[in-house]
Design a protein around this ligand. Structure first.
Ligand SMILES: [Zn+2]
Length: 176
């Protein structure tokens, strides 16, 4: 997970006010998360951090593309993605676990904000339940060659189903 070390914002030395950061997110980033729905992509996260006395307000503007698999023709395609997120970081003296989706709690002794997991979650939430490459703009359609392969596979599976009763018969013989 060495790669994720760069997705940290050392805020302790910052003056009060607004500070801007940029983080590139690439395939290697997604490699660090075993269960990531997104395996490939290229995005730029522009992070604006507003430092206040007991709080950080962090705004994210994430723009780029992620690679999705089309649920119709199974081809991989790049899906343009642009969205904003915001998180508030509060500092407390003791352990306090009232974290919510919008509020992160850090100790007063913390000096940096790790945004790797946040970025990972934000991006994975963008993955649609049903992805279709033909919805990516005009002139883009499902791969006809892939589609023809799929229809062949489908007819093969129906053939297997027809053979099924025979297998059942064999199973019965074994059990006897
Ligand atoms: Zn498609």
């Amino acid at each position: 997970m060495k790669y994720l070390k760069k997705y940290k914002i050392p805020f302790s030395g910052l003056t009060a006010g607004k500070h801007n950061f940029e983080f590139e997110i690439d395939d290697k980033f997604f490699d660090c998360f075993e269960h990531s729905l997104v395996k490939k992509g290229n995005l730029l996260a522009k992070v604006s951090l507003q430092k206040q006395e007991n709080m950080l307000v962090v705004n994210f503007d994430i723009n780029g593309y992620i690679q999705l698999s089309c649920d119709v023709c199974l081809s991989d395609f790049n899906s343009s993605t642009h969205f904003q997120e915001r998180i508030i970081v509060k500092f407390v003296n003791e352990e306090w676990d009232e974290e919510t989706e919008e509020v992160i709690v850090l100790s007063k002794t913390d000096y940096e904000l790790d945004i790797a997991t946040l970025l990972y979650e934000y991006i994975n939430v963008q993955v649609p339940i049903y992805a279709k490459c033909s919805e990516q703009g005009s002139g883009i359609g499902c791969d006809p060659e892939m589609l023809s392969h799929i229809s062949i596979e489908e007819s093969t599976s129906t053939e297997e189903e027809r053979i099924d009763p025979r297998w059942d018969a064999l199973k019965n013989i074994k059990n006897n």
